[in-house]
Design a protein around this ligand. Structure first.
Ligand code: APR
Length: 230
């Protein structure tokens, strides 16, 4: 086996204390997606949106990577083939765990983007509506987060990786949001074996060859030990 492609979702960061979206009392129970995760919501009330991400950035800054994040970093370092990690998460816990290649398809809390010129720069801990872009000076700074209705990042490269995958693992994602939820089907099309890690089967769980039920901090380190031991 030469190439492992991994997709992670909010569930891998749950045991680090960061909320998931669709659980009871999750982020989408407290906020309406259309208010805080769409371009229209940002245009309507930039202060509400910027503060929503300021709060998540502050929480993520306090969070520590857990055993699942650390196991994936070990896999990347020790596996004798290629490991490609795609995450839907906007926290930096994979990086904090020492992962080198992290593709943030939904953007990152630590990133800022200019709505006028597309310039990107490291986000300050606290952003405010109307912050100016260091590139073009326009008062058009926004969190570098991919909102609903916007194109996720790195899609072409991600599909190339899926086409070459020998093994695809989906970890801690509910399989509700496309295009990420369609990655397992892409991987199967290219002949990859597919493995899901979750507390319960996701909405696309039936498309995986196997599902390992349990908290990621237990199931992922056990899987990595198996891979590295084999
Ligand atoms: N271990 C493993 N899986 C877990 C754990 C855990 N400790 N805790 C929760 N999960 C699983 C849940 O069972 C669920 O299937 O993680 C998943 C979290 O699902 P969501 O909250 O829907 O998060 P995610 O799939 O990442 O959402 C995808 O939706 O709102 C958008 O852009 C946002 O990136 C996000 C995307």
């Amino acid at each position: 086996m030469k190439k492992i492609v991994i997709l992670t979702g909010a569930g891998i960061s749950a045991e680090s204390g960061l909320g998931t979206f669709r659980a009871e009392g999750g982020l989408w129970a407290e906020h309406r997606i259309e208010d805080v995760a769409t371009p229209e919501g940002f245009a309507r009330d930039p202060r509400l949106v910027v503060d929503f991400y300021n709060a998540r950035r502050a929480q993520a800054a306090e969070a520590a990577p857990n055993a699942a994040h650390l196991a994936l970093a070990k896999l990347e370092e020790a596996f004798d083939g290629e490991v490609v990690l795609v995450t839907q998460n906007v926290d930096d816990l994979h990086e904090k765990a020492g992962m080198k290649r992290v593709m943030h398809m939904h953007g990152a809390l630590n990133g800022a983007l200019c709505g006028a010129c597309d310039h990107r720069w490291p986000a300050p801990m606290v952003m405010a509506p109307g912050d100016t872009c260091p590139g073009c000076e326009a008062p058009a700074a926004r969190p570098d987060i991919v909102w609903f209705g916007e194109m996720p990042y790195d899609m072409e490269e991600i599909y190339d990786h899926l086409a070459q995958a020998d093994l695809f693992a989906g970890i801690g994602t509910s399989g509700n949001v496309y295009p990420a939820a369609g990655f397992v089907a892409e991987a199967r099309r290219s002949g990859a074996r597919t493995l899901e890690f979750n507390l319960e089967p996701s909405a696309v769980g039936s498309q995986f060859d196997n599902i390992r039920i349990g908290p990621a901090t237990q199931t992922v380190p056990a899987w990595v030990a198996e891979i590295l031991g084999s």
